[in-house]
Design a protein around this ligand. Structure first.
Ligand code: DGY
Length: 333
């Protein structure tokens, strides 16, 4: 019997690898390194694949899907975001898409809280001063590196899915006053019987969200509609004391507009886990010159347990797709 071919674009954790290797009737073609796989390698090996397991750094576009051929049954993405996958191309061919939204919710929500506190309390700027040997020139004084407090804040969520809701739950014990959100899927908000423990309301417009929030958390998927949704106009409406957090995808925020908003003191600070054109960010990038901007290299889900769970879930989704079974999480195309 001919073995079904599957292509895996990265090395996996031991448990996930075992799950895959235990399936003996598969011909597994796997990128041999921890680094992102070459596009030319993916195109070469996709040919004839029935399943492809990709990372968010692999563009799974029309070219890859067409190159794979008509036997392709499933694409499993090791991520919650699926903007790197051509979803219409999958839908038109009845190819299923698996993703890992549930396993990373807590890890990303934890990191979001960290970014909020870093941005408000100037964590990046303070660390940089110490590392640069500037502490002796800036001894303690009452106003040294002060920033807004989280207690009493209105937190605005652009996108209110699992991660945003888990973030809100973490922020409530800090004493925030109110949460507001804008979502394209209002029907999907599952409120617990006792609510979130703080007044939480869907807001009418993006303008209101920008104006009313002390903390704006961007957690929406990247789509044609959300690209640059945070632009110069949005930033100009924000309070001077407010911070912007982006844990979604870089292009949701217009980087030039953010750089100039920080430069001109239009907003207090920013905490970013993602940025346009990542990872090609050089040390002389304009945003890195902004002391009130904390930029992390897309580590939202980088908790050890989470990454292991994501790997296992991706393999399970891949196998379920091959076998016509229910996935752990299937993207509704
Ligand atoms: C994902 O998996 O899409 C996220 O970017 C993780 O942080």
């Amino acid at each position: 019997m001919t073995k079904l071919k599957v292509v895996i674009t990265r090395q996996l954790s031991a448990d996930a690898q075992k799950l895959l290797d235990d399936v003996t009737d598969l011909h597994v073609v796997q990128w041999p390194s921890e680094k992102p796989c070459d596009r030319s390698w993916l195109l070469e090996h996709a040919k004839g694949a029935s399943g492809i397991l990709v990372m968010l750094t692999d563009k799974c576009d029309e070219e890859v899907i067409a190159t794979a051929g008509p036997q392709l049954k499933v694409v499993a993405s090791f991520s919650v975001g699926t903007d790197h996958v051509d979803r219409p191309a999958l839908k038109s061919r009845n190819i299923r898409l698996g993703y890992t939204p549930t396993s990373l919710t807590d890890a990303v929500a934890d990191l979001t809280v960290m970014l909020v506190l870093m941005a408000q309390r100037r964590g990046g700027e303070a660390m940089r001063a110490v590392i640069d040997g500037k502490w002796p020139q800036m001894p303690w004084h009452p106003f040294l590196l002060t920033g807004p407090q989280i207690r009493g804040c209105t937190v605005g969520f652009l996108g209110f899915g699992r991660i945003a809701q888990a973030t809100l739950k973490r922020l409530v014990p800090f004493g925030i006053k109110r949460a507001i959100y804008l979502t394209s899927k209002p029907g999907k908000i599952v409120k617990e019987a006792d609510g979130f423990g703080v007044p939480t309301e869907s807001i009418g417009s993006i303008e209101e969200l920008a104006t009313d929030s002390d903390v704006v958390i961007v957690g929406c998927p990247l789509t044609e509609q959300t690209k640059y949704i945070v632009n110069a106009e949005f930033l100009a409406r924000m309070k001077k004391t407010a911070v912007l957090i982006n844990i979604a995808r870089g292009p949701v925020v217009d980087t030039d507009a953010l750089t100039s908003a920080l430069d001109q003191g239009q907003i207090f600070g920013a905490g970013l886990d993602v940025i346009e054109n990542e990872p090609n960010i050089q040390a002389d990038h304009a945003l890195l010159k902004q002391p009130r901007c904390v930029l992390l290299p897309h580590i939202g889900s980088a908790a050890i347990e989470t990454r292991e769970e994501m790997a296992i879930e991706s393999v399970k989704n891949l196998l379920a797709g091959l076998n016509g079974e229910a996935m752990v999480n299937e993207y509704e195309l």
